[in-house]
Write a protein that binds this ligand. Structure first.
Ligand code: NAP
Length: 305
């Protein structure tokens, strides 16, 4: 079969190559892939990967065999792997996939796993959010757009922080952001939960804006800059919690949360914010656009069918 493989001599350091067929391990099933998506973390890994590495976390496609107490062969499903999902076929743990509801396309579904699951799970790391103030940084990006929608659904008062370009704020109010700001200096008051992925100076300034009983979740460093802050700002508010998060480290299997996200999309309570749907042969273009911060939301790549 064919798959996208790291190749430093190719445009975007990625190229379609022939690779061996996947062999499902016990507890895994085979899926014929129809769409996958790209995440900033994959872009970063691609930057340092050795030739031959097989990237890819998120995919959606058609189940090739029955799942015990679950969907049957032929069902449309979405799933997540720790690598190798950018391929014609993948093997996936039965506990790391969910069946698609009618009306949810493969491309929409492929946008959900990494970004949607991250947004859902980081929102669970703070205090209960009903009626509380939640700040989302990197708000125009893939995770940010899911986080705004889910925090709004959960009853929070949501503030979205975008980079200085006001064009990046477009559409975020419609997703549920009560306030959209493009400069930290415009933020007023403290936040019960801050979902932070920009890092650098942004993180350093935001540690002073967590409510004394609140939580700041650090789940990314898109700026790739180091952070400096005065620890006194933390320990003088003794109950502030600085919390790290990594999707693939620990936690429950993803199937149940994926099914929840699919249901929200089917009920039109969650929009996957697909900015572009490209053919998988156009992956170098998708890589370039994400690298240039020219994607507001998600890009899905489609194949087969
Ligand atoms: N820990 C985990 O398990 C986990 C899971 C998923 C994602 N992440 C991390 O979370 C972050 C967001 O992921 P994503 O998939 O949502 O990425 P994305 O779609 O590329 O969004 C990145 C966001 O960060 C903003 N940003 C600010 N400064 C930036 C800079 N110097 N370079 C690039 N972006 C910058 C961008 O704003 P503009 O509008 O100005 O471009 C954009 O809104 C990434 O750092 C990713 O690695 C971590």
């Amino acid at each position: 079969m064919r798959a996208l493989v790291a190749d430093r001599s190719a445009p975007g350091s990625i190229a379609v190559r022939d690779v061996p067929e996947p062999v499902p391990a016990p507890g895994e099933v085979l899926v014929e892939v129809r769409a996958f998506s790209i995440n900033r973390g994959e872009l970063r890994m691609l930057g340092t990967a050795a030739d031959g590495w097989r990237p890819g976390w998120d995919f959606a496609g058609i189940l090739k065999s029955d799942v015990e107490h679950g969907p049957r062969a032929g069902a449309r499903v979405v799933g997540i792997r720790q690598s190798g999902a950018w391929a014609e076929r993948v093997a996936v743990s039965q506990a790391w996939m969910a069946e698609l509801a009618e009306g949810v396309s493969f491309a929409q579904a492929a946008a959900l796993p990494t970004a949607g699951l991250t947004a859902l799970r980081i929102l669970r790391l703070g205090p209960a959010i009903l009626g509380r103030r939640v700040l989302v940084t990197g708000a125009s990006g893939g995770v940010g757009r899911f986080a705004i929608q889910l925090a709004h659904l959960g009853g929070a008062e949501v503030t979205a922080l975008v980079s200085s370009s006001s064009a990046r704020a477009a559409g975020l109010s419609q997703l549920g952001a009560d306030e959209v700001v493009s400069d930290i200096a415009q933020l007023r008051g403290r936040f019960d939960l801050i979902l932070e992925s920009v890092g650098g100076d942004t993180l350093g300034r935001l540690v002073r804006m967590v409510d004394p009983q609140g939580t700041l979740v650090m789940f990314g460093n898109s700026s790739n800059e180091l952070t400096t802050f005065n620890v006194r700002d933390i320990y003088l508010d003794a109950h502030i919690r600085l919390q790290g998060f990594e999707l693939f480290f620990g936690g429950d299997p993803f199937g149940r949360d994926l099914a929840y996200l699919v249901t929200l999309v089917a009920e039109r309570k969650l929009d996957p914010q697909l900015e572009a749907e490209l053919s998988w042969e156009e992956m170098p273009e998708a890589v370039e656009r994400l690298r240039n911060r020219d994607v507001a939301g998600k890009v899905a790549l489609t194949l087969g069918g």
